[in-house]
Design a protein around this ligand. Sequence first.
Ligand code: AVI
Length: 364
Amino acid sequence: MPAVPNPPNTPPQNKAPQTPLPPLNHHNGHAAASPALVALANGRPHRPPQPEFVQQYREDSGALREQVLAGLRAGQAAISPKFFYDVLGSRLFEAITDLPEYYPTRTEAAIFASAGPAIAARAGSGCVLVDLGAGNCEKAARLFGSLRPAQYVALDISVEFLRATLSALQQQHPEIPMLGLGADLCAPFDLPFNVKRGRRLFFYPGSSIGNFAPVEALALLQRMRGAAGRGDGVLIGVDLHKDEATLVSAYDDALGVTAAFNRNVLRNVNRIVGTDFSLDDWRHVASFDRQASRIQMHLQACREVRVQWEGGAREFAAGGRIHTEDSYKYRPEDFALLLEAAGFDDPVYWTDPRGWFAVFHARG
Ligand code: AVI
């Protein structure tokens, strides 16, 4: 898709006063005027800086429908975790991050808070910060103070998810040019011309890398490496291997928020493909596969269930399952090897006192 930048901040011609007032910005013993007052006095309407938005990816509703149906027809029925994140699912995920059992978000935030200066010293300040897991942009914003990015580029599948957040963030940080980019992480990175030249730091927080199987994670890291030049780097949040009880309760909380998040995917699938899933028929199951070092989430049929859609149907016996998500937990040395296999050099990481989470940096 062609990149369409926002209109430049030029004043409309016919609004300029005939005789401009003298420029108002010099110090004459009074407090300096606000930028808005200065702009008005100089005949320019004041426009606060605005982020740019570029939508590169176009969602194909037919392809999405086919993807869901292929998963429902498969021997082991499956729904991709990307279908969790409708409006309600995104809110439920935010609620998950506040749960006492769900340690990753707050542990990663604590690492960023304590290691921010060390991360900036290693990654270098003044880079273009390319946030591949932007969401509410909170994690990147916490690093603005130490990284002082030359530009902040927030990626999401749809710029619509970014508009409000990025516009608000831009008002808080008028000194940082911001770009919202609608792009698909699963396609080769093709950063538009609006992304400034200069050193780039690819930022992938939140342990989302764990939602890819290791071969897919390697392919994603290789795409990052392909987009990174000499001097560029990656900064990635990775959830670490730990005791099973802690892991399982993080994905099966007492309040049932993760269960609601998991079951909500069926509402979204009903909307996308017109299936007739009834949520009462399905319960949330989270388990730890020690061999593969991953949490697995499933939906399990509470009774015999027949699910129908236009042109097809599938029967599930009581206890039959639909796989909805894997969340891989790494040992630090294994993740370092994965980064090196993708072509990155010199991986280092920061962790918390319990060694539950790691933030990795590696060079391109
Ligand atoms: C988005 N992702 C990193 C979360 C995770 O921990 O794997 C998704 C999640 N699923 C259930 N709880 C959180």
